[in-house]
Design a protein around this ligand. Sequence first.
Ligand SMILES: NC(=O)c1ccc[n+]([C@@H]2O[C@H](COP(=O)([O-])OP(=O)(O)OC[C@H]3O[C@@H](n4cnc5c(N)ncnc54)[C@H](OP(=O)(O)O)[C@@H]3O)[C@@H](O)[C@H]2O)c1
Length: 316
Amino acid sequence: MAERWTPADIPDLSGRTAIVTGANKNLGFHTALELARHGADVTLACRRRERGERALTELRRRAPDASVRLGLLDLADLSSVERFAKEYAAEHTGLDILINNAGVLGIPRLLTADGHEMQFGVNYLGHFALTGRLLPLLKARPGARVVSLGTWIVKMMGRIDLDDLQSERAYDKFNAYNQAKLANLVFTRELARRYAGHGPAGVAAHPGFAASDLQYTGPRMEGSRFQEAFFKIPTRLFAKPTAAGAWPSLYAACAPGVEPGGCYAPTGLGEIWGPIGRVRTPAKIADPGLGPRLWDISERLAGVSYEAPVPETKEG
Ligand SMILES: NC(=O)c1ccc[n+]([C@@H]2O[C@H](COP(=O)([O-])OP(=O)(O)OC[C@H]3O[C@@H](n4cnc5c(N)ncnc54)[C@H](OP(=O)(O)O)[C@@H]3O)[C@@H](O)[C@H]2O)c1
């Protein structure tokens, strides 16, 4: 455990490339900002051009020497994931850091462009597809890391049901989120297992509880002012500042000694606050057969084969 690890401990990242999904605001923005401040060439992968451009302007204001660009990526549309990866591959020879940060929580049952349940599609499947499509670039950079976001709540709530990954039998907006986040943890472990020694290290991270828009998205979609006001209470009382919420992702991406397959998060009570270190993943996903089974289903649903031939890349 790094007792007092902060982004000041991030090494020089000059010459490294990074992608952060959902980088237009909050945790994703601060993750991208710190990577760029430390010299990485960072792509903000955002679903709306105007929001992404606003974030680029703000990031350049805070870090004038930053090498940053915008890439359009809608994780709720697998054709957008494919297009983003192709465009990225056309301009880069490798990828050192992929932060699968974007997420949605507690929304009404909606479907992605490909007909997948939205929370499963955005939090998990879109990122599974993105990682697979970027795999040749990740393999081109020794020591590359893929950081996927979990959450502290899955220790207490939620389960993964491979027969109902998209909550078709009964939809509960929080269970759907927890299942997608558990899938990210299983994916991370399986990625680490499959590519040990010859590919990117899968690492998971979660922020504890940080101020952001995450818990307001659902109430806003439902037009529930009461729920929105209700969620402000725990945020005011317990949430850490937004910037600090990015630290576990940054630690997982940059700190030395990070173990593939591990999850990095605040190590204090309930994993909400405290110094960042490795935390245990929930016992409910301990079954080693879960990873390979989830992987097969995901390849089929995402239409992505991780062993597809390496696409040609240009010098960049
Ligand atoms: N904040 C916490 O306490 C907390 C706790 C546990 C885990 N997490 C995880 O941390 C990550 C960051 O969350 P946050 O707290 O910063 O939430 P947030 O403020 O709601 O930001 C979510 C980000 O995801 C993007 N996004 C949503 N749907 C997308 C899609 N279809 N395609 C591409 N991007 C999409 C959003 O873009 P738009 O602005 O366009 O909507 C936004 O940039 C999430 O994975 C979340 O589950 C956060």
